[in-house]
Write a protein that binds this ligand. Sequence first.
Ligand code: ZN
Ligand code: ZN
Length: 346
Amino acid sequence: MEMLAYTYIEKRRFGLIKKTVPVLLDPRDAIVKVTLGSICTSDLHIRHGSVPRAVPGITVGHEMVGIVERTGSSVSKVRPGDRVAVNVETFCGECFFCRHGYVNNCTDPDGGWALGCRIDGGQAEYVRVPHADQGLSLISEGISDEQALFVGDILSTGYWAAKISEIGKEDTVLIIGAGPTGICSLLCTMLKKPERIIVCEKDPVRADFVKKHYPSVLVTGPEDCKEFTLANSAHGGADVVMEVAGSDGSFRLAWECARPNATVTIVALYDRPQILPLPEMYGKNLVFKTGGVDGCDCDEILRLISEGKIDTTPLITHRIPLSHIEEGYRIFENREDGVIKVAVTV
Ligand SMILES: [Zn+2]
Ligand SMILES: [Zn+2]
């Protein structure tokens, strides 16, 4: 049986080609019929050739929901017919890192970001999910595909960022970057109910999006950010900074806006190395947290969605069928038409 799969053909070239529908390769696998997927900035990184681990020939896409089609003999969490959110990360659940919740560093050969990078992903009609008991989360009846779409990737990232940032009730939290992951970080920060949240965003469309949907949040631009944060915090800067922009100068801005002894969480994936000028920050005694999401809270996130505490549906600004996915990429990459996220219908 054949299906359409959007494929990393070579550097700078993706193509929608026909492939064989995936089959179970391991008793822990599940085959999921994709019902809704999305395009992520990391997909663009693969196309630009800035993800060295990405394997040419693989189907891209790592943010999706669908219906379980088949399960291997040792899969027990899900059954055929179940609606599921797929985790961007593959993890065994048994190794040292998994047992501590650091699933991004799972030592399994497939561990970490594999789907749509090292193994076939979900911008296709079907996807094989290894370690399905870890990588799939049941979507309950009251939750739509669109509500659950970002659970496995950008919403997990925002949830993780807010979790590791140790946000207190009296804190001013500065979030740099209001792209899709920045907004997910904002939503999860709001759950912690800090005293104040400031979002720094240079793109007027994205700044307006934040003002419109989250009126309690203060919004500033990169030029004024330092002064604005100083004026809107109690101890000479933000108590917590999340750097979700990953643009030129945003790393520097992040630690400059932090108060002494603040936590600075680096969520962004940079294209280039960043400079950590230790002499300049000596005595500021900052705590830096860096790296990629440990996506082990999907079930909890789905529960919060079902309770109405997180809603990412406003992020879906465009809906494109898989057959027209090129157009979705064009809109997303060029930030046309006020796009935040493109949902790919299958
Ligand atoms: Zn992603
Ligand atoms: Zn593991």
